[in-house]
Design a protein around this ligand. Structure first.
Ligand code: PGA
Length: 260
């Protein structure tokens, strides 16, 4: 397989948590502790709830963190009450956006087809989409993990070219591991990451070797280094543990930076 350098990436998904005051204190702590992390060797992205994007952007402007959103709609403007367009996210300083998180799929009935449209719309305005894929516990128990992940990726590739994936991030997040404290073992996670890269390599080995694939699901300071040491795990998408500054910074410290 072709070997490419892939810059590690750690993403904080703050979900629908926090307040102006709480997030301001969290960012203060993150900035203060940031000397302990070699930020020049990785991308670290903070994804606050929509109303706090601009306030967070102002605080992190000169620091090592990049700004991301947790969702975006697939249209650029118009009568879509309650939705946020990808261009608006660019306007307020975002460079990343999470697309197709399992909570969006499950609780807000987002289909593979809608997620594909959101992915492409975000990509077209220059955002880096973080495309989430992953199986439920029932799907894993029925041996359908690879099939589900492949279906979710293939849906995007029906409308987006493979090269768009080279400019995106994939996050493998087993639904049963999200917010449950049940992390996939490094071997379980690596098996799926390897499968994803292998499946992409059948279409284009060069692109497959470039795509960064993050793991998400109950990652914490104690289990991060084992996961990140795996050859096909290029970083993490962190929920609960990203709300604690020290814990998040030590997860960032666990990223193994490959030498080129
Ligand atoms: P968790 O969430 O780290 O709290 O499991 C991860 C995610 O949902 O992205």
């Amino acid at each position: 397989m072709i070997q490419s350098f892939r810059k590690p990436c750690v993403v904080a998904n703050w979900k629908m948590q926090g307040s102006l005051q709480m997030l301001s204190a969290l960012i203060g702590d993150l900035l203060q502790g940031s000397q302990t992390v070699e930020f020049n060797k990785m991308d670290v992205v903070l994804c606050p709830p929509f109303p706090y994007l601009q306030a967070v952007e102002k605080r992190i402007q000169s620091g090592p963190f990049r700004l991301g959103a947790q969702n975006a709609y697939c249209e650029y403007k118009g009568a879509f009450t309650g939705e946020v367009s990808p261009e608006m996210l660019v306007d307020v300083g975002c460079s990343y956006v999470i697309i197709g998180h399992s909570e969006r799929r499950e609780l807000f009935f987002e289909t593979d087809a809608l997620i594909a449209r959101k992915f492409l719309a975000a990509y077209h305005v220059g955002l880096t989409p973080i495309l989430c894929v992953g199986e439920t516990l029932a799907e894993r128990e029925h041996g359908k993990t690879f099939e589900v992940v492949q279906r979710q990726l293939a849906a995007v590739l029906t409308i987006a070219s493979l090269s768009t994936l080279a400019g995106a991030l994939i996050a493998y997040e087993p639904v049963w591991a999200i917010g449950t404290g049940l992390t996939a073992t490094p071997e379980q996670a690596e098996a799926v990451h390897e499968y994803i890269r292998g499946w992409l390599a059948k279409q284009d080995a060069q692109i497959a070797s470039q795509v960064r694939i993050l793991y998400g699901g109950s990652v914490n300071a104690a289990n991060a280094s084992g996961l990140f040491a795996m050859p096909n795990i290029d970083g993490g998408l962190i929920g609960g543990a990203s709300l604690k500054a020290q814990e998040f910074l030590s997860i960032c410290q666990s990223v193994s930076v490959p030498t080129v």
